[in-house]
Write a protein that binds this ligand. Structure first.
Ligand code: GLA
Length: 423
């Protein structure tokens, strides 16, 4: 409590409870078993995913969140009105699962809604009318993160605020993550930074390329509106592909059942498109919540999720998140660029078109301050591309992204422009 009070006293924003200094990274239910939305969550599944975060090395890279989406609770207890996890999915309740996740050095999140029902066909009760009670339940179970959706009757900004106060009043620091609400249309994300550690920038992300663009467009021109203790986030990543339809049987409701024992992916995007998704999430410093089944790490998942250099760009919390800008003066091409806290720049050159294209970036257009030369590195290929002067150009395949790290060269670099082929 004292730590919380101290954190609040030194807070820049109105609601800094010490959580969320960096964009959170982790795994989240919803798309990993069955198609997005069919994913029911199970005690064994959650433990297996937590184990995987550790065994795959993801935890050591910073992925330390396990978050349950709208899949865990059918009702309230008749006598106490406390939220009750599905007995058939969590036969021992939620606390033992949370304890297990904590025992691995990971943190745990749960989902609720600000209205009286959640969004998933209204199967589950939302927190309206029970903000204090639910906050106390979450605190008692050891929850560290609360995703709050905007569904059911009585969804309101006041509800968002009241739940924030209720969580604060428990004395347990919890990351409060808004998922949709009127703040999305407001300048500087409206009331969100004052009450939450994170807020979704737009609607749901789906496993297709148009959706990647929609996610990233939602933060265009808004880079400086988020930072430590308050991150705008793009919805969970689809890296490697959502689960498969035939993993689930029965109706798409709480009566259905998904077999989580065998991990599968049914990708909706190409490897190039997943590379674009990951590159842009990295550069705009979105939280990196993986929505797919990490127990089966395909080569593209390993390439994109386990790359330390990319993670370092994403997690450079002292730097302003990246934004779109013209990549060269007088050119119609643009790049998503992030100036890092050490003066380097991360540049995502995305080819949105349907054919291989030459994409360029010019140092003067992106505010490079270290002279006329820079060292270039292909982050995903983990490959140095040498030094270049003023302008860098590369061929990038359709829907792919070349994620570049530009660094100062020290001594003058090679004067000629380098041309490289992405990947
Ligand atoms: C909304 C949210 C999703 C997911 C579902 C759950 O659509 O935007 O992220 O949480 O609800 O029902």
């Amino acid at each position: 409590m004292a730590a919380l009070a101290a954190a609040l006293a030194t807070a820049v924003s109105a609601y800094n409870n010490g959580m969320g200094e960096r964009p959170p990274m982790g795994w989240q239910t919803w798309c990993s078993v069955g198609e997005c939305g069919e994913d029911h969550c199970f005690d064994g599944q959650i433990r297996a995913m937590a184990d995987t975060l550790v065994l795959s090395g993801m935890k050591d890279l910073g992925y330390d969140w396990v978050v349950l989406d709208d899949c865990w609770h059918p009702t309230r207890d008749n006598a106490t009105a406390e939220l009750v996890p599905y007995p058939r999915f969590f036969p021992d309740g939620m606390k033992p699962v949370i304890d297990y996740v904590h025992s691995l050095g990971l943190k745990f999140g749960l989902y609720t809604s600000v209205g009286d029902r959640t969004c998933h066909g209204g199967w589950s009760p939302g927190s309206f009318g029970h903000y204090e009670r639910d906050a106390r339940t979450f605190a008692a179970w050891g929850v560290d993160y609360v995703k709050i959706d905007y569904c059911g009757s009585h969804d309101s900004v006041e509800g968002h605020r009241n739940m924030s106060r209720a969580l604060n009043a428990t004395g347990r620091p919890m990351s409060y993550m808004l998922c949709r609400g009127p703040y999305q249309q407001q300048d500087h994300w409206g009331y969100a930074p004052g009450i939450a550690q994170g807020w979704r920038a737009t609607g749901d992300h789906h496993d297709n390329f148009a959706s990647v663009r929609q996610q990233v467009e939602a933060v265009r021109g808004k880079a400086s509106w988020s930072g430590p203790f308050g991150w705008a986030y793009l919805d969970m990543m689809m890296t490697g592909g959502q689960g498969c339809k035939d993993q689930c049987v029965g109706p798409e409701s709480d009566q259905g059942h998904c077999n989580w024992t065998k991990p599968e992916h049914c990708p909706g995007m190409s490897e190039e498109e997943y590379r674009t998704e990951a590159s842009l999430y990295v550069v705009v410093s979105s939280p990196l919540m993986v929505g797919t089944d990490i127990r089966l790490m395909t080569p593209i998942m390993k390439e994109l999720l386990l790359n330390k250099e990319a993670i370092a760009i994403n997690q450079d919390y002292k730097a302003v998140p990246g934004d779109a800008m013209p990549s060269c003066h007088g050119s119609s091409q643009e790049a998503w660029v992030r100036r890092l806290s050490n003066g380097d720049s991360a540049v995502a050159l995305t080819n949105w078109g349907n054919h291989t294209a030459s994409l360029a970036v010019c140092l003067d257009a992106i505010g490079w301050t270290h002279g006329e030369t820079a060292g270039a590195r292909n982050v995903w290929a983990r490959q140095s591309l040498g030094t270049f002067s003023r302008r860098f150009e590369a061929k990038v395949r359709a829907h792919d992204t070349l994620l570049l790290l530009l660094s100062r060269t020290g001594a003058a670099g090679s004067p000629e422009n380098k041309v490289a082929v992405a990947m």
